[in-house]
Design a protein around this ligand. Structure first.
Ligand code: TRP
Ligand code: SF4
Length: 336
C-alpha cells in the first residue's frame, strides 16, 4: 500500500478573511503544520462560505484569497505534503451540497448556532437567506466529498461536523456505504487575545499580522497591555494578569519562563524589557516564515501555481466520490 493510502484523510479550511494574524496561527495554522506530516491533508479556502454571510460586496475575495494562501505558504504549509485548494474551483462541492440538501430536515439547519444568533435572535434579515441557512450543508459536502476521517476545527465548528456526521449516516442507511463518517478534532481556541486584551479580530484593529515587518510587530508589542498593577518599574507584577505573558507562554522558549516570572514578580525589570524578550522570541519564531514570504513575493505567480496544482488533485478526488454518489443514488448518467 502506498504511504498516502495508510494515512488518515484530514480536511480543514477557513473562509478567506485575507491577512492571517497570530490568532489564526496559534488557533489553526500551527496545528496544520504538524498534521501535514502525519495525515493526508487537504486545506481549503472556503470562498463560497464567505459568500453566505457576505454576498453584497464580493470584490475583496480575490485579494483575500491571494493573501491568505501566501500567508499559509509562508508559515510552512507545504504543497508537496498537503493539498491546498479553493472550494469554488471544485464545482462538485455544489453538486453534493444540493444532493445533501434533499436529506436535510429543516430542523437540522435551523438549529445551528449561527442561524439562531443572526437570524432568530438579532433578526438580521440580510442573512435570512437560503444560502446562509444552508451553510452547514455546504460544509458537510466539503468534508464528505473527500471521505475525510478527521476534521480539525475550533469549538464553534463542532456542531457543523456533527451535522455532517448525521447527513453521512442518513445517506448510508438508505444507500449503503456512500460516505465515511468524519470525526472532529478540537484545535486550540482563542489562546491569544489582541494587543488591547480583547478577542483578536480584524474588526477591532488589534491583530498582529503574519505579514508585518519586525518593526511593525514591535510597535504592537510595545503598546501591549500589561498587568495594570505595574504602573512603575518598582511595582511588582503578576504575569497571570498580563497579556504579554500569554504570548511568552506560546513563543518564548520555556527555559526563559522562570526568569520572566521572577523579574516581573520581583519588580526587577520594566515591562519594556520584558516585551523585548518577547519581541526577540517572535523574530526567531517567524524568521523562516519571513524568508519564505520574501521568496513568494519574488516569484509572484507561485501561489497561483500552488492552487492550480492543489485544485487539480482535490478535483480528481471529489470527482471520484461523486461518481459513487451518483451511481448509488441511481442518478442519470449520460450515455449509460
Ligand atoms: N466554517 C468554517 C469556518 O468558518 C470554514 C469551513 C468551511 C470548514 N468548510 C469547512 C472547516 C469544512 C472545516 C471543514 O471556519
Ligand atoms: Fe507583563 Fe512582563 Fe510587565 Fe510582568 S514584566 S507585567 S509579565 S510585561
Amino acid at each position: 500500500m502506498s504511504e498516502s493510502a495508510t494515512k488518515k484523510i484530514l480536511l480543514s479550511g477557513s473562509r478567506p478573511t485575507g491577512r492571517q494574524h497570530l490568532g489564526n496561527y496559534v488557533g489553526a495554522l500551527a496545528q496544520w503544520l504538524e498534521l501535514q506530516d502525519e495525515c493526508d491533508c487537504l486545506f481549503m479556502i472556503a470562498d463560497w462560505h464567505a459568500l453566505t454571510n457576505n454576498y453584497n460586496d464580493t470584490s475583496v475575495l480575490p485579494e483575500n484569497i491571494r493573501n491568505q494562501v501566501i500567508d499559509w505558504l509562508a508559515v510552512g504549509l507545504d504543497p508537496a505534503k498537503a493539498t491546498i485548494f479553493v472550494q469554488s474551483a471544485i464545482k462538485e462541492h455544489a453538486e453534493l451540497a444540493l444532493l445533501l440538501g434533499m436529506f436535510t430536515p429543516l430542523g437540522l439547519v435551523e438549529r445551528s448556532t449561527s442561524w439562531k444568533d443572526a437570524v432568530v435572535e438579532q433578526q438580521n434579515d440580510e442573512l435570512r437567506t437560503y444560502g446562509f441557512l444552508g451553510y452547514p450543508v455546504l460544509q458537510a459536502a466539503d468534508i464528505l466529498i473527500y471521505q475525510a476521517h478527521i476534521v480539525p476545527v475550533g469549538k464553534d465548528q463542532v456542531e457543523h461536523i456533527e451535522k455532517a456526521q448525521d447527513l453521512a449516516q442518513k445517506v448510508n442507511v438508505r444507500y449503503g456505504e456512500v460516505f465515511r463518517v468524519p470525526q472532529w478534532r478540537l484545535g486550540k481556541s482563542a489562546v491569544l487575545l489582541g494587543n488591547d486584551g480583547r478577542k483578536m479580530s480584524k474588526s477591532y484593529g488589534n491583530c498582529i499580522y503574519l505579514s508585518e515587518t519586525p518593526e511593525e510587530v514591535w510597535e504592537k508589542v510595545r503598546v501591549m497591555m500589561t498587568d495594570p498593577a505595574r504602573v512603575r518599574k518598582t511595582d511588582p507584577g503578576d504575569p497571570e494578569k498580563c497579556l504579554v505573558w500569554t504570548y511568552h507562554k506560546v513563543f518564548t522558549p520555556e527555559e526563559r519562563h522562570a526568569e520572566i516570572v521572577e523579574n516581573c514578580t520581583g519588580a526587577k525589570w520594566g515591562c519594556i524589557q520584558c516585551k523585548r524578550v518577547l519581541d526577540d522570541a517572535l523574530k526567531a519564531h517567524f524568521g523562516p516564515a519571513r524568508e519564505r514570504r520574501a521568496a513568494l513575493e519574488a516569484n509572484p505567480d507561485q501561489w497561483k501555481d500552488v492552487l492550480t496544482e492543489g485544485n487539480k488533485k482535490a478535483r480528481e478526488r471529489a470527482q471520484a466520490t461523486m461518481e459513487v454518489v451518483r451511481e448509488k443514488l441511481h442518478l442519470f448518467e449520460d450515455g449509460k
